[in-house]
Every structure is written in structure tokens, then in C-alpha cells.
Design a protein around this ligand. Sequence first.
Ligand code: DCP
Ligand code: MG
Length: 396
Amino acid sequence: LVNLSEVAAFSVPSYACQRRTTLENHNTVLTDALSLLAENAELSEEDGRGVAFRRAAAVLKALPKPVASMTQLRGLPCLGEHSLRVIKDILENGASSEVESTKQSERYKALKVLTGIFGVGARTADRWIRDGIHNLRQLQDSGPTLNRAQQAGLEHYDDLNQPVSKSDADAIGEVVEKAVVSVLPGAHMTLIGGFRRGKLTGHDVDFLITHPEEGREVGLMPKLVSWLESQGFLLYQKTTRNSYLESKDGPARPASNMDRFERCFSIFKLTKEEKRGTKHPETLTENGAQTPDNGGLDLDLDLDQTKPAGHKPWRAVRVDLVVSPISQFAFALLGWTGSKLFERELRRWAGHEKSMSLSSHALYDNRQSKYLRATSEEEIFAHLGLEFVPPSERNA
Ligand code: DCP
Ligand code: MG
């Protein structure tokens, strides 16, 4: 007997921003496979193929249960010939030969290791591979010139390739919050990125900072960075004018507010004191957590059951800070909460279906030739004619 509910075809809307995608994924084997092919395409600078695999994976993430047969996939959007072949291979043989051979390939392994260095992108990694550099040892031996970011990335390689936990994110959040209110009373900070979507781990921690009075946020970033630096919290930082709009996908451009919008890429030094601070606030005063860059914390080492003895009493964590004027806050919040594919799909929806241009600064309506204001994410979804999707359901 055939269980009809198992073979009934699935149905999902075509844009990821029309769907609710929680972290509960019933098809991890399939989505991991497609994500690996997406990653490999991105690392090979084949962005079109990368997006196609990301979209296919996202459709499977939105399904209410595991895929049992190919017939259930009939009529689903975004599943191209190539993705369907990979899925079929896995359903029939337990694994995809293409995925397995990609994983084993020297080129993929080298690209992964080299782009695992903060500051090294696909292009740099490709150049190094063509020069015969496939791993960190060869990189150190042949010594190509590294920029400041890459030097820091190499120095903290192991830490930065370890997932960041939510409790680490919260501990850093407390420090950043303290810094923000010290340098600009009344300013406030929001956790964005994957942690806002409810993820339990991330590759970095992202924060958005604003002030309720328009204009008060001007000059905030340098002060914030100085405060953190003076307290010994930063192992590396580079502050830039936000370059989001210059990316391929970002057309909307409110001219005057542009240079107020800043971003800081940093490597944060998270000490045991800060980690513990969130869990046992009562120990803060006893242990003098007010001087976080204290080098003498090594004495505490044995107390930490989670680390082998002799391990340094701190870890490096990638932290991104973004400052936005309050007038753009809702757009920044929506634009920096992700997931990356959800963001991409929102912009595609806006452009293709609504003739609007969405960025993390503004929403422009091309038909009415005007910017549409919003003070909340809900209003932006409404402008776009979309049902509101809360952060925890944007995990496409
Ligand atoms: N973002 C974007 N385009 C950029 C930079 C960022 O759309 N050029 C948005 C989408 C991301 C969010 O900012 O979700 C944060 O970027 P991350 O790379 O930190 O992504 P996540 O926080 O989602 O993932 P992770 O958990 O790996 O940090
Ligand atoms: Mg992140």
C-alpha cells in the first residue's frame, strides 16, 4: 500500500520572502549537499550557479517534511535540472557523486582552507592556488604579501574558524552595549544577523546601533571603536563607509544620508571574564571585570572545565558593527537580519514584482518616483505587498 500523504506533491511560493523558513529543516541531507555545491560555485566565482543552488536549497528548507520521492517535487519553483539530478542521486543512492567528488577535490579543499582566513576572498585564494599554495603551511613558507586584515586572520585562524555560541554573542553584546551608552547616552544597540533569527551559533556577531534623535549618531563609530580599543577589546578593526550600496544588488541611494552610515569589521577579544559575566553576574565585582584587558587572567585557567589546560584565557571573535541614522533604522534592521538569500529574494521581489528598489537604507518606488518611509520592518513588508515574516522565519 502506498501512503498517499507521503507522495503528495509539495507546494511553496517561488520567492523565499513569501515563505516562512524556520530553523527546523526536514531535509538537511539534501540542503547540505546543495549548499556545498553553492559554496563551491561561489568560491569559483560562478555567482549565477551559486544563487541557483542556494534557491534550490531554500525551497527544500521550506518543506514541512522529508522528501521521499522525486514525484513530490513536481511543480516546485527554483529546482533546476542540475539540482534535481543531485537530489535524485541522493534519494536513490544515499549520496551525490558530484558532491562527494567536490568535497574530495584538492581545489575545493584548498579554497576552503584559504578563504577560511579572514580577509581572503575567492579571488585571492584562486591566485594563491595557481601559485601552488594549497594550505597554511605553504602560505607561510612562500610568504605572499598579506594585508593587515589577512595577517590578523591568519594569526587568529583557529579561533575564527570555530563557531560562535549565543552565550558568547550575548557576552560581547553586553560589552558593546556598555561602550555604546558610555560614548553616546541614549543610543541603543540591537543584535542582528543570524543570532536575531534565532540561530544558536554563527560565524560572527553583528550589531546595529542607532540614536532616537536623527543626526546624533554622526561620529558615533569612531568614538565607539576608540572606547573598545582603549579597553583592550579589539584585536583588529577596520571602519568603512558602508559599501552595501555599491554591491551589485543595491540600487536605492538616498544621497544625503550616505556617509553617516558606517560599518566596522572587527576581531573582538572575548576573555573568560566577559564570558562568565553573562552567566554569573555576581562574580563581576569580585574578579574585577572592569579591567578586561588584564593579561594576568591566566591564573584562572584551571577553573574553566571546557578548555584543555594551557589554553589561552580568551578567544578571538569576528564582530561587525553597523551605525544607522534612525530614519533608516527599519531598513538597516531588515537588511542586516538576513539570511543572505532572504535579503536577495526581498530585493528581487521588490524589483521584479513591484518595480521598487530596496536597500538597507531605503525603499524607492520607481512608479511613483519617490522614497517610501518606514519606521518598522512591518511597514516595509506592507509597502512591498508581502505578509510580514518574523526574523525566526527568515532562515531561507
Ligand atoms: N548582509 C547582506 N549583504 C552584505 C552583508 C550583509 O545582505 N553584503 C546581511 C545579510 C546577513 C547579515 O547581513 O544575514 C549578516 O551577515 P553575516 O555574513 O554575518 O550572516 P549571518 O549573520 O546571517 O550568518 P552567520 O551566522 O554565519 O554569521
Ligand atoms: Mg553574522
